[in-house]
Design a protein around this ligand. Sequence first.
Ligand code: CTP
Ligand code: MG
Length: 377
Amino acid sequence: MHPKVSVIVVAAGSGSRLGQSVPKAFVSLGTKTILDRAIETIQRIPHLSEVVIVVPAENVDDVSEHYQDFKIISGGLERQDSVAAGIEALSECDFILVHDAARPLTPLAQFERVVSALIAGAEAVVPGIAIDDTIKKIATTGEISLTVERDGLVRVQTPQGFKADILKNAYATAEQYYTDDAGLVQNSGVRVELVMGSRDAFKITTSDDLQRAIALSAPIAGPIRVGTGADVHAKSDGGVLQLGCLEWPGEPALNGHSDGDALSHAICDALLSAAGLGDIGAVFGVDDSEYKGASGERFLTETIALLTLRGWKPLSVSAEVIANSPRVAPRRAEIEQRLSDLLKVPVTISGTTSDGLGITGNGEGIAAVASAIITSN
Ligand code: CTP
Ligand code: MG
């Protein structure tokens, strides 16, 4: 089954309880806004067909420019009005998820549980988590009037998922405001199913919540180190060039005790240097018979293993090839993919000539420089 899943992200509230100078969805969590962080996960939802983002009227233009693939519309006075506007803007789909932008750390798995329940036949689905505090009711006079029986109570979250026609019909006939979409739908006689929610899907309402979200979304826990590496190898007369763990037919191999993959070696040096482990020559031995003809992949894999052993993990790598040929640009995506797969972090590659100067300019050899950022686990 290939269902079409559409998502309405409601981000049109002002965030009066948070009390910031910008509407809540545009408050920063460090490097990203609350809305951007929410969208980052939403983009990875299985069977995603359309995203409608509902924002305050004055933000429609800005957000539209930023998210050109999505429909951006302005919201209404109450959340329910904003959802209604979202429903109006939707194209044809099978399922609709309604999600609060104010729950930016909701894990992808939670979206997946909701979608799976819909695919399995549920008409309406809410994620919920157990209540672990004792709940009491307060009388208008201020004193506690009763302790609520906690068994069977859940706190519900978003995304709430619905069969498209069910949500549309329920909204078309709604005559009052409800505190959530499932409440509105349930009032039209539809059975609402529960799936597991998560603590990370909490709603940012007050500044305490914001602080918690900022702490949780900080990408790095340990110290950061940066390392630099470089390598140069002379071109040989024959063979096939190995560069960036790829073969380059039509380009002669590089000389070296190993396979001469200068790009991989520069990256190894950057990683080793960041971790304070020296360089490839010191660690693996430039003439060690064990590494005769060794591939760039082998050096990179062993370098990562060494870092891991000492509690380091790479965060990103960037490298540049300096050569007349080969040109990097036509295969940039392929090299980046290959090295990112090997190192399990984003790797970006650039290329330059040396303007005809020196050994890389006269075609004698190929050079590479790299930098790596690592952190401790
Ligand atoms: N929302 C909306 N349109 C409204 C009100 C709320 O799209 N008229 C959205 C909010 O942007 C938020 C979600 O609904 O993502 C949940 O609402 P809430 O946490 O109450 O956000 P605000 O209404 O912005 O906050 P406050 O109630 O403190 O003003
Ligand atoms: Mg509100």
